[in-house]
Write a protein that binds this ligand. Structure first.
Ligand code: SF4
Length: 350
């Protein structure tokens, strides 16, 4: 059985084991950010600022906010770090491993520029690497700088993309002093990733998670960290499978956008989202009612919670703790022997 520290429990045992993944103010609108923040607060879960800083209006949602520190360091300052319940260092993203971020200057207007602390109209470019991190020792320095800046009160998450040597990478992160490792699988959502990268780089989250969970157990350090996974978590059954493979919680983003009305046109980078989600144009932003959108988000997560409880009931399991890492509850169909071996599960019928 896994034992988590008090600090980790605060995060990983948030009621639903599902939390909203990083979406930055600037890439999404003020109203979309407001809807996520309000829904997370009402549900008792967390949402994530992404790398866009935190608009001053949203500081009141701090106890339900993960504040992110990415390579661009946009909007990162002492009050920002203090505002969140947890701090996430973004090293990589599942939809575009090895690639930084680029928010076009057309979206850097008004409060977005103020919140990010960069001039209006300038492209917000996050380099692929953090220029001060080239080793686990460097990462450890940033982890402990952030802990020290916040009096060791906030858990630090390190987010990485799921790639072929993820188990070794996760072992290093666990030793860096991070409290939580977030692994983002391929096919994660973003409107701005080149499709060739999105669809061909990175590995499925299930394989990454299973290999990381096994490696950390073998090294005797699994209990030092929590694991959060995202990228291709599309429904409540995906949450169940991820937890049975060893995850403590799941990140969801695309499903949340869909709940708010997104129709997956994948043109977020144009800044002309006609649902008012991925835009800064006032006439389009006003199309998204944050109250309605937050209720839709709450409906989504509440429905998933009910489905998860139903499925666990069907399995004869009465708590998430009993499901975590419980691979006996899983069977594979249509998978190769190697895939079954990595996942650590039997074939259907066995
Ligand atoms: S509707 Fe299109 S532009 Fe708007 S968030 Fe969805 S994919 Fe992006």
């Amino acid at each position: 059985m896994l034992v988590l520290s008090k600090q980790q429990q605060t995060f990983a045992f948030s009621a639903l084991r599902v939390t909203f993944s990083a979406m930055s103010y600037g890439s999404i609108s003020y109203n979309a950010h407001a809807a996520l923040a309000k829904a997370a607060t009402d549900l008792g879960i967390l949402y994530n600022t992404g790398e866009g800083g935190l608009h001053e209006d949203f500081y009141r949602y701090g106890p339900n906010t993960i504040v992110q520190v990415a390579s661009g360091r946009f909007g990162v300052h002492e009050d920002y770090l203090e505002a969140g319940a947890a701090i996430e260092i973004k090293m990589g993203q599942g939809a575009k491993p090895g690639i930084g971020g680029h928010l076009p200057g057309a979206k850097i207007v008004g409060d977005v520029s103020k919140t990010r602390m960069i001039p209006e109209g300038s492209d917000a470019i996050s380099p692929a690497p953090h220029h001060d991190i080239y080793s686990i020792e460097d990462l450890r320095q940033l982890v402990f700088s952030l802990k020290e800046a916040t009096d060791y009160k906030k858990p630090v998450i390190v987010k990485v993309a799921a790639v072929h040597n993820i188990a070794a990478i996760a072992g290093g992160i666990a030793r860096s002093g991070a409290d939580i490792i977030a692994i983002d699988g391929f096919r994660g959502g973003t409107g701005a990733a080149p499709t060739r990268i999105r669809d061909n780089v990175g590995i499925p989250i299930e394989l990454a998670l299973a290999s990381v969970d096994r490696r950390l157990r073998e090294e005797g350090i699994r209990n030092n960290v929590s694991l959060v996974v995202g990228g291709s978590i599309r429904n409540s059954a995906d949450v169940i499978k991820a937890i049975a493979l060893g995850a403590d919680a799941c990140y969801v983003a695309t499903a949340a956008l869909l709940a708010m009305g997104c129709h997956l046109c994948r043109s977020c980078q144009t800044g002309r989202c006609n649902w008012g989600i991925a835009t800064q144009r006032p006439d389009l932003v006003s199309r998204l009612d944050p109250e309605v959108a937050s209720r839709r988000l709450e409906n989504l997560i509440t429905a998933w919670r009910n489905e998860i409880m139903e499925m666990m009931g069907g399995m004869g399991i009465n708590s998430i703790e009993a499901l975590r890492g419980n691979r006996l509850m899983l069977r594979g169909i249509g998978l190769t022997g190697k895939e079954l071996e990595i996942l650590g599960i039997g074939h259907a019928g066995e």
